[in-house]
Design a protein around this ligand. Structure first.
Ligand SMILES: [Zn+2]
Length: 138
């Protein structure tokens, strides 16, 4: 057996500043066959065609009407409005992640406090019980 270097294909998003590639989508970094890389890209609802390659985040549905059967993912235009939409989306995601982490930390802290309270109560109850027993006995 020997190790051989081979060519591979990966698609990278053409939206300025993005850099998302097929290797971000799944288990494979590269495909030996370009059509397999394009299929993976399209399965992730990206666009690959005459206008270039655009990841899911940088594509939009072509039709305004959801019931339109010709609806397909098309590249998002590089406009101020779209950049603001992306910025808002990113800020919303950051807030969601921060909120989830804060809730998780809060739950862990509450659990730690409950365990401390339980062990404190046990430490206090035993001597009290012993004392009570000693007082009852003649
Ligand atoms: Zn992109």
């Amino acid at each position: 057996m020997s190790v051989k270097e081979q060519m591979g294909y990966a698609l990278v998003c053409d939206f300025p500043g993005c850099g998302t590639s097929t290797s971000d989508l799944g288990d494979y970094a590269f495909w030996g066959d370009i059509s397999a890389a394009v299929d993976e890209w399209n399965d992730a609802q990206g666009y690959s065609g005459d206008l270039g390659d655009y990841c899911y985040e940088h594509t939009v549905w072509s039709a305004m009407d959801e019931d339109d059967e010709d609806d397909e993912r098309v590249p998002m235009l590089y406009t101020i409005e779209n950049l603001l939409v992306l910025a808002e989306r990113r800020i919303r995601e950051r807030i969601d992640v921060s909120t989830r982490y804060a809730m998780l930390r809060h739950e862990r802290r509450c659990e730690a406090m409950r365990m401390r309270d339980t062990s404190r109560a046990r430490r206090v109850e035993r001597p009290l019980r012993d004392l009570a027993e000693r007082m009852v006995r003649p």
